[in-house]
Design a protein around this ligand. Structure first.
Ligand code: C5J
Length: 222
């Protein structure tokens, strides 16, 4: 066991039980013309964290620890897309519509892909998820159980939507969860800050927060 400097107190990282889960680092959220931008967001808030997410992924890979990736996406026939999700709000393009990077958030389309810099490598688990949380309507719970994973380190976007939703799902299922501050982003920096504050409040009611350098230092000794 290695203690990682974290808030609200040290995180007891166990190398036989931990995995990194990188949430939705997709072109549709990080590049102009994708889903994030159709909702009116400035995607540079997401693209700026790519180097730090890469450092975190490399740290896990070098330590020989598992890396899991998620992708928010839907079937081409939209059978897993509730009308309440498709019709919400007033985006310039809706999920399933043809955009400059293919159909928005549809499995297999160029815009739905994970950013090339952060591409999964052979053997890494990729979970396609139709919801904001990665446990809903996916095999993630089973896959983690099969691998004996009980601790999850979180990165990805957006902090207060898919990352926080998945972290809360995991926390309720008994996982110890830690989010890396520099490796997560929101289109709204004050939402990111609020989510981090909520997660670690009340004695870590959802989990822990840590800085990237402290986590990487801990991984070297794990
Ligand atoms: C959103 C996500 N924000 N990955 N998706 O719609 O957070």
């Amino acid at each position: 066991m290695t203690d990682i400097k974290a808030l609200p107190f040290a995180f007891p990282l166990r190398r036989d039980a931990v995995a990194l889960i990188v949430i939705d680092m997709q072109r549709d959220f990080a590049e102009p013309g994708g889903f994030g931008e159709t909702l009116g967001n400035d995607v540079s808030h997401v693209s700026v964290i790519v180097p730090d997410v890469k450092r975190l992924i490399d740290g896990f890979r070098h330590a020989g620890l598992p890396v899991i990736h998620t992708q928010e996406c839907h079937r081409p026939d939209l059978s897993d897309l509730p009308p309440a999700k498709r019709n919400r709000g007033n985006p310039t393009l809706r999920i399933g519509d043809q955009g400059p990077m293919g159909r928005i958030l549809i499995a297999g389309e160029p815009g739905t892909a994970i950013l090339p810099e952060l591409e999964p490598i052979g053997g890494e688990l990729v979970i396609e998820k139709p919801g904001k949380g990665a446990f809903y309507a996916t095999s993630l719970g089973e896959e983690l159980q099969n691998r004996g994973i009980t601790q999850l380190v979180f990165a990805g976007v957006t902090t207060e939507v898919c990352v926080q939703t998945t972290m809360r799902e995991a926390n309720d299922r008994g996982y110890e969860c830690l989010i890396v501050e520099e490796a997560t982003a929101s289109y709204f920096p004050h939402f990111k800050q609020a989510a981090l504050d909520m997660i670690r409040a009340q004695g870590g009611i959802v989990g822990w927060t840590a800085h990237l350098d402290d986590l990487l230092k801990g991984l070297m000794h794990a």
